[in-house]
Design a protein around this ligand. Structure first.
Ligand code: FAD
Length: 450
């Protein structure tokens, strides 16, 4: 049985090792269009801040790791076409230009996404960068250390834009963070939490929210970003404003949605027999919304890969992919947050009835001095009719991000506020209060006194 995997990132890697560990009789080959296997963009901020052993250590795996298990890994090999009738793919060696036809029994697509460039005048000027993959990591690192680069504009205040802004602010650059929406992280966190973070951003950079980018200024290199609120000087621009799925090569064979995401059924099968898709190039099922949604995370790709491999050779899988909550975490200078499930932005966008609640407290009993008793914040998003917890986020200067995983578990199991309010959690004044933080947040959401 021959399995071909397209793309050597999280989805491709997980598929390969799961296949090689689970089955003795499967021939596994990964084709990767890029020249390096397999830079981990999740570690890019740590690399740019000089907190990793070496750039080339920031990877998901080395080819030898998969080859030691009996798999085959080819860098610089792009899969350019699928031929469902004879179950072959065309593979192009991008160095020599040579093409070959390779047979498959099962084909797994984990071709991911590419960051979008902006469709505005002069977007091809030099020093307009993206933030994904090893080549951009190398360029960003050089720019960070370049004294000629003083003004940095980051377009897009989602996770990647926040990581980029923080790197360049810490490197002593003057950073302007822009977004078309009204607040940084506005699609990830409810307003009570972004209200806490906004002054933190403003201590380190300029914020330009509600900004429409109309073009870039410059001759050869970029010198400014033109917006409906004026021109912002820029020696470097980092665009982190959405992604495009790497699926143009599939058009006409594999069904794509209007924006190019690969359509899959609940078993992660495409419309073409024996062709499956996972990772950022598909829209996974969100457990709290009950619908497919963009949840572009390594965690999602790996869970899909594991599910797929477990059911790959069943004529009809006995169960569908269970979906994800999209749990994620990030630091913003001294603050750390974790979030899972829906928030008011994503609930509204997906037509899920919701209400929200915000809880603020100190982490430990009141007799603990302030310096050892940080403020903690919880935002819950829940169904107002049946109190099902749809989403939640925790924020503090202390690292309470593990509570985000507790919320992810509650969301996955469709627990209610009442369940969380009563749940038995530990108490020890070295760590928390008489009732644990999430008990208190749920009790507060139910209108019960503290
Ligand atoms: P991708 O990582 O997009 O990789 C697809 C691969 O397929 C690429 O290497 C590409 O070259 C190759 N390819 C495409 N087309 C072809 C073809 N036709 N033939 C051969 N090869 C092809 N997620 C988290 O969970 N936690 C984090 O902390 C986190 N941090 C992130 C930070 C940054 C800066 C970025 C950019 C992303 C981060 N993510 C994080 C998201 C995570 O990186 C992605 O969700 C994950 O990489 C998706 O994996 P994938 O397998 O779908 O594809």
């Amino acid at each position: 049985r021959k399995v071909i995997i397209v793309g050597a990132s999280h989805g491709g890697h997980e598929s390969a090792i799961e296949l090689l560990d689970k089955y003795d009789d499967v021939d596994v080959t990964i084709y990767e269009a890029g020249d390096f296997i397999s830079f981990m963009s999740c570690g890019m901020q740590l690399y740019l801040e000089g907190k990793v052993t070496a750039k080339d250590d920031v990877r998901n795996f080395a080819p030898e790791d998969v080859e030691a298990k009996g798999g085959h890994v080819y860098a610089n090999h792009e899969v350019t076409a699928i031929h469902p009738d004879d179950k072959t793919v065309t593979v192009k060696d991008v160095v020599s230009g040579k093409e070959s036809q390779v047979e498959y029994d099962k084909l797994i697509l984990s071709s991911g996404v590419t960051p979008k460039t902006l469709p505005v005048p002069n977007s091809d000027l030099k020093n307009i960068f993206l933030m994904r993959g090893r080549d951009w990591a190398t360029k960003l690192n050089a720019a960070k250390d370049d004294p000629a680069i003083k003004n940095v504009v980051v377009i897009g205040a989602g996770y990647i834009g926040i990581e980029a802004s923080e790197v360049f602010a810490k490197a002593g650059k003057h950073v302007t963070l822009m977004d078309m929406i009204d607040r940084p992280l506005g699609t990830y966190l409810n307003p009570e939490l972004t209200n806490i973070l906004e002054p933190v951003f403003k201590d380190h950079m300029d914020l330009k929210m509600n900004a429409k980018i109309t073009g870039f200024k410059g001759e050869d290199k970029v010198s400014g970003v033109e917006t409906d609120q004026g021109v912002v000087p820029a020696d470097l621009v980092i665009v982190s404003a959405g992604v495009t799925p790497n699926t143009a090569w599939l058009k006409g064979i594999v069904d794509l949605d209007q924006r190019g995401w690969i359509k899959t059924d609940p078993y992660l099968r495409t419309n073409v027999k024996d062709v499956y898709a996972i990772g950022d190039a598909i829209l996974p099922l969100s457990i709290p919304s009950g619908k497919p949604m963009p949840i572009a995370l390594a965690t999602t790709a790996r869970r899909e890969a594991q599910y797929l491999v477990n059911h790959l050779f069943e004529a009809k899988p006995d169960k569908a992919f269970k979906g994800v909550t999209g749990a994620s975490a990030l630091s913003v200078f001294d603050y750390h947050f974790a979030t899972a499930g829906l928030n008011q932005f994503s609930a509204k966008r997906n037509d899920v009835p919701y209400t929200t609640s915000f809880y603020e407290d100190s982490m430990r009993p009141a007799y603990i001095p302030e310096k050892d008793n940080p403020k903690v914040y919880v935002s819950l998003t829940f169904n107002p009719y049946n109190h099902q917890i749809l989403g939640g986020a925790v924020l503090s200067k202390y690292d309470i991000t593990a509570q985000g995983n507790v919320l992810a578990l509650a969301i996955s199991h469709k627990m209610t506020l009442e369940d969380l309010a009563e749940q038995d959690f530990f108490f020890q004044p070295g760590f928390d209060r008489q009732w644990s933080l999430l008990n208190l947040a749920a009790q507060h959401a139910l209108g019960l006194a503290k």
